[in-house]
Design a protein around this ligand. Structure first.
Ligand code: FES
Length: 152
């Protein structure tokens, strides 16, 4: 049965009826039409679905929507402000850090979470933060260059 929950996404409160166990990713994409977070593995392993919950990177495919009611959820769509990209997004554009682009939501959101808690991380910390976000194209060098650019 569906449950009425309030999700606070990108600063907007949404009152919606969904199965309480529905993955947050499904609700974001299907009910709120927020398609920045991607469905990759659905198992919490690839990072394509990453969102921020209270500023921390989290895998939306494995989180029941009902469990994050009232928490502060940030998706890729919430990064840009007044037609100005977030510095993390700007760095990815500047370094042309994409091939197919499917992993980029996760890379950008994981990096955003890192810069929120540590604006100037060292190389090892950057690599650790991105370690569990998979890129099948092998664009890691450009992604790391973008990360260094925004963290420098
Ligand atoms: Fe969520 Fe892969 S789709 S971690």
């Amino acid at each position: 049965p569906d449950a009425e929950i309030t999700l606070s996404v990108n600063g907007i409160a949404h009152r919606i009826a969904v199965p309480a166990t529905a993955p947050l990713l499904t609700v974001l994409r299907n009910d709120l039409q927020l398609n920045g977070p991607k469905y990759g593995c659905g198992l919490g392993q690839c990072g394509a679905c990453t969102v921020l919950i209270d500023g921390m990177a989290a895998r939306a495919c494995t989180i029941p929507a009902g469990s994050v009611a009232g928490r502060d959820i940030l998706t890729l769509e919430g990064l840009a402000k007044e037609d100005r990209l977030d510095p993390v997004q700007e760095a990815f554009v500047a370094e042309q850090a994409a091939q197919c682009g499917y992993c980029l939501n996760g890379m950008i959101m994981a990096l955003k979470a890192l810069t929120l808690r540590n604006p100037a991380p060292d190389e090892e910390t950057i690599r650790e933060a991105l370690r569990y976000n998979l890129c099948r194209c092998g664009t890691h060098l450009e992604i790391l260059a973008a990360a260094r650019r925004v963290c420098g």
